[in-house]
Design a protein around this ligand. Structure first.
Ligand code: ADP
Length: 260
């Protein structure tokens, strides 16, 4: 009774390094005639037991706008994660490298790709928790796909997982995430608004000159990111919808659960 998501290390060929992230090095490779990206999990970087339980669910999520998790190699410790290879790397670098050379159709197409991946996640009751241009990847034929969905749950680094931490993505987070760590498909929608802003500014950092504390204060005062020059009115309106606060609704906190 073998686990379908278990990758046999004998079938895995490792190649050059293509990046590094929160969990460690990412190598290019081959697995069963496919080009893959292999995340080599660094010792102590991931809560591996929790991830193994979730890996079954995550390998079953399959959509053309999601970076596919093919499987996990748990026979060695630390383990490694085998993903679909995205030849053109992360979207934030891709945008910055092509500043001033992308058409309106291209920018809108990126937003559409990611909205399709996110709609699929929501229809499967799966919350991303860290949607941002840095967590989207670009394929060899310029398709943008959503990556790293749900992975922050397995990060062992308080600076990253606590909303007080220095690496927490405050600038992509909705007010209820910042205040109560209340993640939902609605908080993913907030992040999607910031993601669209990143696309239409061609990879600028949101609230560039503000600290996390200043951003929280500005949000509380009702301020929002400004319309990127390249964004059509309709796209800007969509961003603003993503950043509507839920505070006009009655909010109840029971045992740390947010009830709306
Ligand atoms: P982590 O989730 O561990 O923080 P990332 O997902 O940010 O790591 O990956 C780090 C870098 O590795 C990315 O910026 C990208 O350049 C590269 N990378 C990650 N996944 C892939 C992939 N599936 N295909 C190609 N490159 C990838």
């Amino acid at each position: 009774q073998s686990n379908q998501w278990e990758v046999d290390p004998a079938e895995l060929i490792l190649g050059e390094e293509v990046g590094s992230g929160q969990f460690g090095l990412v190598l290019q490779g081959r697995w069963r005639e496919r080009s893959v990206a292999v995340k080599m999990v660094r010792e102590g970087a991931m809560s591996e037991e929790d991830f193994k339980e979730e890996a079954r669910v995550m390998t079953m999520l399959s959509h053309c706008k999601l970076v596919q998790l093919y499987g996990v190699c748990t026979q060695h410790s630390p383990m490694c994660l085998v993903f679909e290879l995205m030849e053109q790397g992360c979207l934030s670098d891709y945008l910055r490298a092509r500043r001033g050379r992308m058409s309106q159709d291209t920018l809108l197409g990126m937003c559409l790709d990611v909205s399709e991946g996110m709609a699929y996640l929501e229809s499967n009751n799966f919350i991303h928790r860290d949607l941002a241009a840095r967590n989207c990847l670009v394929s060899c034929n310029n398709v943008v796909k959503v990556s790293d969905f749900g992975m922050t749950r397995f990060v062992l680094d308080d600076q990253y997982t606590s909303s007080q931490g220095s690496k927490f993505p405050i600038k992509w987070s909705s007010p209820e995430v910042i205040k109560y760590c209340k993640f939902s498909s609605k908080s993913d929608v907030w992040s999607f608004g910031v993601f669209m802003w990143e696309v239409y500014t061609e990879g600028r950092l949101p609230y560039e000159n503000r600290s996390n504390g200043e951003v929280v204060e500005a949000l509380n005062a009702g301020l929002r990111l400004l319309k990127p020059r390249q964004a059509p009115e309709a796209v800007h309106l969509l961003m603003e919808w993503c950043w509507k606060e839920l505070t006009d609704l009655p909010v109840l906190l029971i045992d740390d659960e947010l009830i709306i």
